[in-house]
Write a protein that binds this ligand. Structure first.
Ligand SMILES: Cc1cc2nc3c(=O)[nH]c(=O)nc-3n(C[C@H](O)[C@H](O)[C@H](O)COP(=O)(O)OP(=O)(O)OC[C@H]3O[C@@H](n4cnc5c(N)ncnc54)[C@H](O)[C@@H]3O)c2cc1C
Length: 402
């Protein structure tokens, strides 16, 4: 049944109306970007508008990835730039913002392939591993995944039970990983495992005997993303599978911080998408006195609050990018930003959902999907609690995890 009872617009196509200073960029940040950065924004924005938004809610409803999504992302050339190290952090952040304006699950494919896999290999891999994997991962001919979380160890990965044992020929891996993005599609997996009690990373082709995966079905969030379990039963890998730079859990955390940086930008895009769709809808939705719903003070108050929050989220993201560019970015700064921006994005999505009334719960609009996808973003790559504990330790000097 089609739930729509009126003709309010369904796509993100906001244009200023007379007397409206319409923007989700209240501080004119977009004027600061270089020509190249603007070109990257336009490229991803067009991709999202043409290739993603028209069909993603249907994909979400039947729990499937958008058709040929890996190849299409590969063709954008963005991951190739990450693989050869020519994409600056601010441009990468803006790209994440634009992807997530369309879909958090889509941005997550880019973050996992880009930050967690390509980034991890660039920072920790041997020359041989870089030579073998960076090019196909950059073009998306090969898909990668990052296996840290386990069924019994999520927030506390140091408790992981996956083990590596030294053999004459290399290593043998045993264990299981859970909630792994692109887990069933991946050609290569970064597997974090304890070797003599110390966490290390191994680069494991997924066709290695003993390696298996299974899709986690029945998610009501990230339904357009592949999430898998990984099983390792006596997986024999050569000596060269060990990633030489990944000497401890700290390297996994450093890799995650790069991905969290993309999330900080990404969720600002999700918030923009919610704001734009909701504003379009309410500008065209008439209830009392033949005037749009946006004429009411209660509603304008909510848009004013959201505009202020989106502006602060983007200022935080931009400052983080500047610190990263300077090589001065600290983990607790990333935690502050991830915690703040994810919480704000989900509050904005919820507010927009409410403002759109009954149609706000229907998949003819994007708002409900954006809201449920943000639930995953709030949890993965460190939950809100964990980031507040990292921040709490930085503020007080006292670790309060246990
Ligand atoms: C769709 C999706 C994709 C994912 N992709 C990946 C991936 O590609 N690779 C990967 O390795 N992982 C991935 N994850 C896993 C994700 O990182 C974990 O779910 C996350 O770290 C939380 O772990 P958990 O789910 O086990 O929750 P738990 O650790 O069981 O936490 C449950 C609750 O307890 C709270 N909590 C835990 N410890 C404390 C404490 N000390 N003090 C206060 N509160 C605490 C948490 O904040 C949370 O609210 C993904 C998850 C999802 C949902």
């Amino acid at each position: 049944m089609n739930a729509t009872t009126h003709s309010a617009p369904k796509q993100n196509a906001s244009k200023p109306i007379k007397g409206q200073t319409y923007t989700t960029d209240f501080f004119d940040l977009d004027e600061d970007w270089t020509e190249e950065q603007r070109a990257a924004i336009d490229q991803v924005r067009r991709f999202v508008d043409n290739e993603i938004l028209p069909t993603i809610n249907e994909d979400h409803n039947v729990e499937k990835l958008p058709d040929d999504i890996m190849a299409k992302i590969g063709q954008l050339g963005i991951l190739e730039m990450l693989a050869d190290g020519t994409l600056d952090p601010i441009t990468y952040g803006l790209i994440c913002r634009e992807f997530e304006r369309g879909s958090s699950a889509l941005r997550s494919i880019v973050s996992v392939q880009g930050s967690l896999v390509i980034g991890c290999i660039r920072d920790n891999g041997s020359d041989e591993q870089k030579e073998r994997w960076l090019k196909p991962l950059g073009s998306m001919e090969a898909v990668g995944c990052f296996g840290l979380t386990e069924p019994d160890f999520g927030s506390n990965p140091s408790g992981m039970v996956t083990r590596a044992e030294k053999t004459d020929k290399g290593y043998v891996l045993n264990g299981a990983k859970c909630w792994i993005t692109s887990g069933t599609l991946a050609h290569v997996a970064i597997i974090w495992a304890k070797l003599d009690g110390v966490v290390k990373a191994f680069l494991v082709p997924t066709d290695t005997p003993g390696f298996d995966s299974a899709a986690i079905k029945g998610k009501w969030s990230f339904r357009t993303s592949d999430t898998g379990q990984l099983f390792l039963a006596d997986v024999e890998v050569p000596e060269s599978a060990l990633m030489p730079g990944a000497k401890s859990l700290g390297r996994a955390m450093a890799t995650l911080n790069n991905a969290r940086y993309g999330i900080v930008w990404g969720v600002a895009g999700a918030a923009r998408g919610c704001f734009e769709e909701c504003l379009d809808y309410l500008q065209n939705r008439v209830q009392f006195d033949n005037r749009p719903l946006t004429c009411h003070q209660l509603i304008q108050n909510k848009f004013a609050w959201m505009a202020a929050e989106i502006t602060s989220m983007e200022l935080i993201a931009k400052r983080l990018g500047e610190l990263k560019l300077d090589g001065r970015l600290k983990p607790h700064q990333v935690s502050l930003a991830k915690m703040n921006n994810c919480r704000k994005a989900i509050e904005i999505a919820r507010t927009c959902r409410e403002l759109m009334g009954a149609n706000g719960i229907h998949s003819e609009y994007h708002i409900g999907r954006r809201l449920v996808d943000l639930e995953t973003v709030l949890t993965y790559e460190g939950t809100e609690h964990i980031h507040s504990l990292i921040l709490g330790q930085a503020i007080t000097g006292i670790p309060a995890y246990s």
